[in-house]
Design a protein around this ligand. Structure first.
Ligand SMILES: *Cc1c(COP(=O)(O)O)cnc(C)c1O
Length: 381
């Protein structure tokens, strides 16, 4: 239909300097965990209030090993949101504990803090809040709840790197904070992630958990006091991360401008529900996600196809996960979390990444109007 290039819903931005630095690592003779990982950990720590930061090979590993660090396992319950990437609950299953879902708030689409208390039992050990689309969960209320009930918090901040709560950056305060550096996130290491920890003792124990439980001894020998995973990051990946970290604030600023452009060009008459506009500026606009109008809710596949025909990629992040077979088999059913189910059924992710221009946003807005008209059997010029 048009000669314009396909616009995906996201695309990483890797500059030539970063590519050259990755090349230098490949030529260096040392390509696994080494000086680049150390440098990236130091740079992240410096950014996040000098808290210890340790890299791993995925956000999922950061969450799972964070749970293990807290000693969470069989018999324990962990409260989280049904509106997230399935990794958030899979890690709870991985350590042998039970994920307990709580419905989401209709406005923020994050876990409904009002409803958490009712889900707490004597077995509850931790909360895993998720900052969906980079909009932070209210940290004041979250930590008030956690302290009141003596719960650990493993923040799943996979989507909120660079976001803030008040004046403080996410990751610079709180309990354990997990980031993902998957290519779709606001900064990437290709694959990778990290955990922000409370002190050096936790950091040391986490280092053992991420690599076979090994402690290196001064005499060149080793000891293995506990089980450990194989989850270390490579210097090839860390070199990408160092390049990304230089640019992530500019990336996030660009995302904020593009999100505002969506609000400006959007036709309210189409009947979508837009995400909260985030006037406090807390978020990092990891994604821009309108909810389909109710008359088109059952036709998301057709809508996505109509956008694709116009050269525009649309994602779905996420269907409410308690409705997946994995969790239905554990007793969850439709109707358990009506807010999350409604959002999960109608959400669409529109293109938003730092190399987009305002005219790309305008193109998406026009395509949305055309797709709606086509589905509703109308014609527009
Ligand atoms: C991406 C993501 C993860 C998992 O990160 P990986 O690096 O892909 O393992 C976990 N939780 C949320 C909310 C995410 O968006």
């Amino acid at each position: 239909m048009s000669a314009l290039p396909f616009l995906p819903f996201t695309r990483p931005s890797i500059d030539e300097q970063t590519i050259a630095e990755v090349g230098a690592v490949l030529r260096s003779g040392w390509i696994t965990t080494g000086p680049k990982c150390q440098a990236l950990e130091a740079a992240l720590s410096q950014r996040l209030g000098a808290r210890p930061v340790r890299l791993v090979n995925s956000g999922t590993a950061a969450l799972e090993l964070g749970l293990r660090l807290c000693g969470i396992g069989p018999g324990d319950e962990v409260i989280t949101t049904p509106l997230s990437w399935v990794a958030t609950a899979n890690v709870v299953l991985a350590v042998g504990a039970t994920p307990v879902f709580v419905d989401t708030d209709a406005r923020t689409r994050n876990i409904d803090l009002e409803q958490i208390e009712r889900a707490i039992t004597p077995r509850t050990r931790a909360l895993i809040p998720v900052d969906l689309a980079g909009l932070p969960v209210d940290r004041d209320r979250l930590y008030a709840l956690a302290h009141k009930h003596g719960l650990r918090v493993i923040e799943d901040a996979a989507q909120s790197f660079g976001a803030r709560w008040g004046a403080r950056e996410i990751g610079s305060f709180g309990d354990l904070v997990s980031f993902s550096f998957h290519p779709n996130k606001n900064m990437t290491t290709s694959e990778g992630g990290c955990l922000v920890l409370n002190n050096e003792d936790e950091a040391l124990r986490f280092e053992q958990l991420r690599l076979q439980g090994v402690i290196r001894l001064a005499d060149g020998g080793m000891e293995v006091p506990q089980w450990g995973a194989k989850a270390n990051l490579t210097d090839v990946a860390a070199a990408i991360g160092l390049g990304q970290l230089r640019q992530v604030d500019a990336f996030n600023q660009r995302r904020r401008v593009l999100a505002q452009r969506y609000f400006a060009c959007w036709d309210a008459a189409l009947g979508f529900e837009l995400p909260p506009q985030d006037r406090a500026g807390h978020g990092n606009w990891h994604m821009f996600q309108p909810l389909l109008p109710r008359d088109l809710a059952a036709r998301r596949g057709e809508f996505i196809a109509a956008m694709r025909e116009q050269g525009i990629g649309v994602g779905v992040h996420y269907p409410a996960m308690h409705l997946f077979q994995l969790f239905r088999a554990r007793g969850y059913a439709p109707g358990d979390f009506p807010v999350a189910e409604d959002i999960g059924a109608r959400t669409i992710t529109l293109p938003l990444f730092p190399t987009m221009d305002n005219v790309d946003v305008d193109r998406v807005c026009a395509a949305v109007a055309r797709a709606c008209a086509a589905l509703r059997g109308a014609t527009i010029q």
